[in-house]
Structure formats: structure tokens, C-alpha cells
Design a protein around this ligand. Sequence first.
Ligand SMILES: [Zn+2]
Length: 160
Amino acid sequence: MWKRISVCAALFGLAGCAAQPGVAQTPSRQQFSVVHSQEEWRKQLTPEQFQVLRQKGTERAFSGKYFDSHDVGQYFCAGCGQLLFSSKDKFDSGTGWPSFVRPAQEKSVLEVTDTSYGMERVEVECSSCGGHLGHVFQDGPKPTGLRYCINSASLDFKKQ
Ligand SMILES: [Zn+2]
């Protein structure tokens, strides 16, 4: 029981599930539909996927399997299988990470301010499992001007 509470607390902050009066829940991160403990995620994912999705890691540039992929199809969350991006929105950014001008559906991703490493960036997470995907920057091409810079390790591609 204690273990379950501490996992829950780690995922949502105590306010998320302990129902403390007067403590507001972060509106963008209400209950995720897919929730596992870190141990469960560790078993389910490869070490690379775990490091990116659950520990907010970043794969080395030009090391992932999708940065240079031009295949037609859809990219799903490697953690929970939710549709995240489509090849029609992918472009060659030259950064060494898969880059997209938009998510496949607006509701697929959460955008969260990230102030780690002394920078203010916008982190992109899967809206279904909270997995870390990458960051979004405002230097992308038309039509959106956005660059969703995503780790290959967080994605699972299905060819059309
Ligand atoms: Zn997910």
C-alpha cells in the first residue's frame, strides 16, 4: 500500500491523488489514462526507451532510428501506443532528431514549460501516459513555424 501511494505521489505530486483540500491539480496533467510504476515501465521498455520516456533523457543526435526516415506512415508512443505524429508532418531539420511541424492530433501531446539546464524550453509529453517525447521550438518551417524535436526512442513507427 505504501509503495502504491509513493508511486502515485511521485507521478502526480501529492495533490494529484491524495485529494488534499485547497491544493490545485496542474490542469494539463490530470490523471493520465496509462499509469505504471517506474519498475513496470522499466520491464516494459528497452533501456533507451525508459531513459527518454520515463527519465526525460535525450538520445544523442543522429543516433536514433527515425531522424533520417522518409517512410510514409504514423508514429505512435513507444510507451502506450497512442498516435503522436504523422510522416506527412515530418521534415529534415538537420538536427539529428526526428522533427515535425505539428502533432498528428492536438490532443496527442501536452506542452509543459521546462526550465532544466538553465534554459526555458517547452517540453512535449504524450498526453496518454505522460512519457517525455522531446521539446517544441519556434524555429520550424511553414505552415506552423514550429519544430517538434522528438527522440526516436519515444516513437514506434508503423509503415502505411
Ligand atoms: Zn504514451
